[in-house]
Design a binder for this molecule. Structure first.
Ligand code: SF4
Ligand code: SF4
Length: 363
């Protein structure tokens, strides 16, 4: 039975039946206050083993990677479940080739959590796809024919998405946007439509792991950041698809002039690290977000460290030292300064405004 609600100081977080969304319900007069009593979602990198060798892997995965085994990861699930976490997003490395993956996902279900999965498609067969019913959502990493993963991995991912869709309902695409593939997102959406997939999530390229050294040449160019929202609008209308942007893209949404109240209405949320989100890496270390190199603690220490751990506080209390330009910005409550991982990579400062933000550059 999946978790239906969790009590918070301001009221409740509710997961209505038959939906994947979470609704924050405040008592009369109470504002949603952070930190929450626990993350709502945890990202779990259960292995760094992966046959693909993608040049931009944020986990720097290798063919022979780190894998702490099922007992460790079931322990992590126990901790997250006790804390009241709703969703766990399982990734890697390549989680689909991990022999105990389905056992772990079933364990998460018995503890009231919804397991979701991201895969490159390696190891996905019809039998694998049938067993994937245990997951709420499965997304396949497809960056298009011009993506960095190479043609072989692209073809493998397209085949896997087709197999998955023949055996289950909710299958989507995770597409990392780069300077190179931005002009061909249309093809990724057309592919999703042709395969009858449910969503395309457009992810920003992040400077973590192996991707760090490529960031300067592959991060979107300023004119591409400026055209993200018009492009998403056009793609949604043309392909009639659900297209999502990740947490780090809020400065682009704000710069396009989408009003904060409208963003709030649609549940858009900027930097969620250490607040709604945490991640556990393949070595068992907990981080505020998957792309932040600084670990806070081991997974079995998370319950005691969540309320005040320093790695989490840097995210939650960013405004104590954050750039004035962001603190004065109308979008700050939603955006929270943009992606701090990108800011630190490009400027050396955790507290600089997101360098992609056109509003920050204009002021
Ligand atoms: S630092 Fe914040 S905005 Fe950037 S990826 Fe992590 S959670 Fe998202
Ligand atoms: S100025 Fe800062 S808070 Fe405002 S949208 Fe840009 S990055 Fe976000």
């Amino acid at each position: 039975m999946r978790r239906v609600f969790r009590k918070e100081r301001f009221g409740l977080i509710v997961q209505p039946p038959l939906t994947k969304s979470l609704v924050f319900v405040s008592r009369a007069g109470a504002r949603v206050s952070r930190p929450l009593s626990a993350p709502v979602e945890a990202h779990l990198s259960i292995t760094t083993a992966c046959p693909n060798d993608c040049p931009h892997c944020y986990e720097s995965s290798k063919k022979r990677g780190v894998d702490l085994g099922p007992a460790h990861w079931k322990g992590v699930i126990e901790t997250l479940s006790r804390m009241g976490v709703f969703h766990c997003a399982i990734g890697g490395g390549e989680p689909a080739i991990v022999p105990w993956l389905f056992d772990l996902a079933a364990h998460a279900r018995t503890r009231g959590m919804v397991p979701n999965l991201t895969t490159s498609g390696a190891g996905v067969t019809p039998e694998w796809a049938r067993r994937s019913a245990v997951f709420g959502q499965v997304n396949v990493s497809i960056d298009g024919p011009d993506g960095l993963r190479g043609e072989k991995v692209f073809r493998q991912a397209v085949a896997a998405a087709g197999i998955l869709r023949r055996h289950r309902g909710d299958v989507g695409i995770n597409c990392v946007m780069t300077r190179r593939n931005f002009g061909r997102l249309d093809e990724v959406c057309a592919l999703a439509k042709r395969l009858k997939l449910t969503e395309v999530e457009l992810l920003r390229f992040k400077p973590a792991g192996r991707a760090g050294s490529l960031f300067g040449s592959l991060d979107l160019a300023p004119d591409q950041y400026a055209s993200v929202i018009p492009t998403v609008r056009r793609l949604m209308l043309r392909h009639r698809l659900r297209i999502k942007l990740d947490c780090s893209m809020v400065p682009a949404v704000a710069s396009a002039g989408i009003k904060p109240r409208l963003m709030e209405f649609f549940g858009a949320s900027g930097c969620e690290g250490g607040s709604e989100l945490c991640s556990v890496d393949a070595k068992g270390n907990v981080h505020a977000c998957s792309f932040d190199a600084r670990p806070e603690c081991r997974a079995d220490e998370l319950e005691s460290r969540w309320p005040s751990g320093g790695a989490f506080r840097r995210f939650r209390r960013w405004e104590e030292k954050g750039a004035k330009i962001c603190l004065d910005c109308d979008w700050f409550e939603t955006c929270r300064g943009g992606c701090h991982v990108v800011a630190r990579h490009l400027t050396g400062s955790w507290y600089a405004p997101d360098p992609s933000c056109a509003l920050a550059k204009r002021s």
